[in-house]
Structure formats: C-alpha cells, structure tokens
Design a protein around this ligand. Structure first.
Ligand code: FES
Length: 225
C-alpha cells in the first residue's frame, strides 16, 4: 500500500492559518503596517491635542495673586462720579494685562453695601459680568453701559437691563500711607453680598453660587464661598 502523500505547503501559507504571513511569523506584515500607521496617527493627534488642551486649561490652574495697587490720593475721587484708573490684573504681559477700574468715594446716600474698612472707596471693574466686554461709565445717565449686548448697570454696578447674570465685580479698597489702594477682586450677588471671584457669565443669586463655584486657583476670600 502506497504511503499517503503529504500535502504541499504553499510558501505564502502559514501553518496556523495567519493570512498574509510567512511561515514562522507571528505578526503579519499587513498587521504590522496597520499598527505602525495607527501608532503614528495617535502620536500626531496627541501632538496637536495636548498643546491645545494645555492652552485651554492652563489659565484655570494658574494661581495669580495680586497685591494692593496705588491708584491715587483720596481727594482725587468724588462721591458723585467715577474716576477711571488703570491697574494690572495679569502681571508679566504688558498692556494686555492691564484693566480699567472705576473708583469713587463711598456715598452713604447711594451705597447700600454695609460700610466697612474695605469699601470706603467703591472700585468697580470695567469687565462686563456677561461675557467680559468693557463697560463704560456714562455720567449723564448715571449707569454703566456695555456696548456688546446692551447690559446696563446702575451706580452700584447692579444690573438693570440686559443679559448680564450678576452685578459688576468689585475690588477691595483701603487707605495706605495717604494713598487709595485697590486690592483683590470679588464678585457680588444682587444684594451686593461678597463672594470669591467668579468668571463672566456665572450667576450668584440663588443656586448660582453653588452651581458656579470659583475656580480652585482664584484666591478665595476669607469667609466667602
Ligand atoms: S458682554 Fe456685556 S452684555 Fe454681553
């Protein structure tokens, strides 16, 4: 009886059935090329995404602490009108890091925020609490007006019209060595109660104070959420 003939093995067929691989290979060339292309694609994607995420999230984790800044002498600031002064809010970036603050002497006839050592001068930011445009103090109307979407704020910075979700932010003030100084920024709700600084677009009335907590790296005001 003739012995059974062994089947002829094709040069391009793997014993264990891996298509496209030479005998003895554990990874086919096709799979190797596919993996290489996918890996290169992931590297290129990471090279584009990681810097973009870093630019977007970096400021959130950057801890900026600003000291007190002298803005003038007490007699410069009237009770019935705001004087615009320029302070630095982001050091190290030149003019881009400066911002206008409106300052006046506290006026018991119009100011409803309880008097304290830190608000004998009222310092209100020019940054709109809606999306951050620059508001203008219009003395004839005795209101702050935002040209972007029409928000209007009264003499205390409380919104009277438009989409802004909260009053204009304020800065602590003090008298130091005969000069008026502007200190840390804080946000207020409609009753002018102080909160740690919030970003534009974040409401503070009702549940807003909990739904929009201040950023972790923004200096928390003692005793304020
Ligand atoms: S940014 Fe001021 S109303 Fe929108």
């Amino acid at each position: 009886m003739a012995p059974a003939r062994r089947p002829k093995k094709s040069q391009y067929t793997l014993d264990r059935g891996m298509p496209g691989a030479f005998e003895g290979e554990t990874v086919s060339r096709r799979r190797f090329m596919t993996g290489t292309v996918h890996g290169a694609g992931m590297l290129m994607t990471a090279g584009m995404v990681i810097p973009a995420v870093g630019f977007a999230l970096g400021p959130v984790f950057k801890n900026v602490t600003l000291g007190w800044q002298t803005v003038g002498t007490p007699d410069m600031f009237p009770e019935d009108n705001y004087l615009p002064v320029v302070i630095t809010i982001a050091p190290g970036i030149g003019e881009a890091g400066k911002s206008t603050v409106y300052v006046r002497k506290r006026n018991p006839k119009v100011d409803t925020q309880p008097a304290s050592a830190s608000n004998q001068w009222v310092a209100i930011t020019s940054r709109c609490s809606h999306l951050g445009c620059s508001v203008l103090w219009v003395q004839a109307a005795e209101h702050f007006i935002c040209p972007c979407h029409g928000s209007v704020f009264d003499v205390e910075g409380v919104r009277t019209a438009g989409p802004a979700p909260r009053p204009l932010d304020r800065f602590y003030t003090r008298l130091h060595d005969g000069f008026v100084q502007v200190g840390p920024r804080y946000s207020v709700n409609t009753e002018l109660r102080a909160f740690s600084p919030r970003d534009p677009g974040e409401p503070l009335d009702g549940i807003g104070q909990y739904a929009y907590p201040s950023r972790p790296t923004v200096r928390k005001l003692p005793g304020h959420v």
